[in-house]
Design a protein around this ligand. Structure first.
Ligand code: BGP
Length: 477
């Protein structure tokens, strides 16, 4: 049994371009899906507008202005001892309209400079290609991933990035949290994952399965091309992991939880095995869904399986069966229940460190691949004291408990784990609510939900704590 994490364990932090870069229309960048989402709140969903409406507040337009301030921010990450930094490439910086013939050189140059800045400190860039940032013109002109043509647009983008950054980036992921769209009865994930805007009366579930299929083909084709460009690229998928526990040991609750897990995580089956599970093929048949899945698609899925599984972990879910539901159908917006055995954050996210150990073991048993925790963290309100300090002990407690479970999974259970990048290592715009006040960072950014503030950076108490965690390779929590 190992006593310590591997020497080359990748400690770092994670962000996404649209949530921190700002500069939404600078140097040739096109509008992305994130640019038409307004600020929301704990109980108020973000509004998705048709194009930009003058008087609305779009928090991603400026975000924390990382585009202009990245050098000071990377220096702070280096001071914390980061070995890696996960961010994404804003698709609409490279292809402003998505279907452009040639990439935007100014956009490509920005990421050259950003990756050079990381490498200068020995920080390995970990790159997501599509993190809720599809060019908005693809939504307007093609219906996003409703349309088979969008596969080609994504693959062209991926290929340009693989070639351009082949000597700077080794670890890639194709689509961030691709499985969020399993929650097809809300508007947010289908839009951010796939650029889908539902029309009244449509069969949302069938459309979701079709769009997800096109994305899975796009991912597989990109993985194959990436490996041709550089065989030692490590190209992974990215799954939002919220384990779904049965509410009780009632056999119907057990079956319900099993079906819910299968519905939420079949995406990983396709990424890893290159094929669809039998239950899902039967389900489509039972529902009468006739999807556009060709035999050439199925070959592509087989030819582009991933090298590792990147995943986010924030919380676990629980589920109970409902009377009169013989087929155990999973509708995330209706089926989940509150788990009385765990606490929750101010945003209702259930705090469950042991669920992370469970998730690491579940993925390992299912897929036998290396894993990478590319998001984990605690969104909370922070208070700046009169002396300027920010004592975020609640965040330290959350991370400490999760890292402790992560270590058990690696050291006691033998899980093969590449690294750990807590989410929002610097405060940024929340994806779900658009708030700035839902903070995750080790570094505070002076800006509030109304967009007011100096954007000044300030270290929180957790900064020194995480610095020590990294310096001791996780021995000192
Ligand atoms: C994940 C996303 C991130 C991030 C995080 C926290 O779903 O990949 O982009 O935002 O969750 O969520 P939120 O910002 O809604 O608190």
């Amino acid at each position: 049994m190992k006593k310590r994490l591997a020497k080359d364990f990748l400690w770092g932090g994670a962000v996404a371009a649209h949530q921190l870069e700002g500069a939404w229309n600078v140097d040739g960048k096109g509008m992305s899906v994130a640019d038409v989402m307004t600020v929301g709140g704990v109980n108020q969903p973000r509004e998705i507008t048709k194009g930009i409406v003058a008087e609305k507040n779009y928090p991603n337009h400026e975000a924390i202005d990382f585009y202009h301030q990245y050098k000071t921010d990377i220096a702070l990450f280096a001071e914390m001892g980061f070995k890696c930094f996960r961010t994404s490439i804003a698709w609409s910086r490279i292809f402003p309209n998505g279907d452009d013939e040639a990439p935007n050189e100014a956009g490509l140059k920005f990421y050259d400079d950003l990756f050079d800045e990381c490498l200068k400190y020995g920080i390995e860039p970990i790159i997501t290609l599509s993190h809720f940032e599809m060019p908005y013109a693809l939504v307007e002109n093609y219906g996003g991933f409703r349309n088979r043509q969008t596969i080609d647009f994504f693959v062209r983008f991926a290929e340009v990035c693989f070639k351009r950054y082949r000597d700077k980036v080794k670890y890639w992921m194709t689509f961030n949290e691709i499985n969020n769209q399993a929650n097809f009865n809300e508007d947010f994930a289908p839009f951010t994952n796939s650029g889908i805007v539902y029309k009244a009366g449509e069969n949302r579930e069938a459309i979701m399965y079709q769009a997800a299929h096109y994305e899975l083909v796009a991912s597989a084709r990109a993985v194959k091309i990436g490996h041709q460009i550089k065989p030692d690229f490590e190209i992974g998928c990215m799954i939002a992991m919220c384990p779904i526990y049965p509410a009780t040991c009632h056999p119907k609750d057990i079956l319900m939880a099993q079906r819910a897990m299968a519905s939420r995580y079949y995406f990983a089956d396709v990424h890893v095995h290159g094929s669809y599970p039998k239950w899902l093929i039967n389900y489509w048949e039972r529902k009468g869904y006739r999807l556009d899945i060709t035999s050439a698609d199925l070959e592509e899925l087989k030819a582009g399986t991933v090298d590792y599984i990147g995943f986010s972990y924030y919380m676990s879910f629980a589920i109970a069966h409902q009377a009169g539901q013989p087929d155990f159908e999973y509708d995330e917006s209706k089926s989940l229940i509150r788990n009385e055995f765990v606490e929750a954050s101010d945003w209702g996210w259930q705090i469950d460190p042991e669920g992370l150990r469970y998730a690491l073991n579940w993925f390992t048993d299912m897929y036998h691949l290396p894993l990478f925790i590319v998001e984990n963290g605690f969104g909370a309100y922070d208070q700046v004291e009169l002396d300027g300090s920010i004592n975020d002990d609640y965040r330290i407690d959350y991370l400490k408990a999760h890292i402790a479970e992560m270590k058990k999974a690696v050291l006691e259970d033998g899980v093969d784990l590449i690294g750990y990048t807590p989410w929002g290592c610097i405060d940024l715009v929340s994806a779900g609510t658009g708030e700035m006040d839902k903070r995750y960072g080790f570094i505070y950014v002076d800006k509030n939900n109304d967009g007011e503030g100096t954007l000044a950076r300030r270290k929180k108490k957790s900064f020194a704590w995480y610095q020590r965690v990294i310096a001791t390779n996780g021995d000192s929590l």
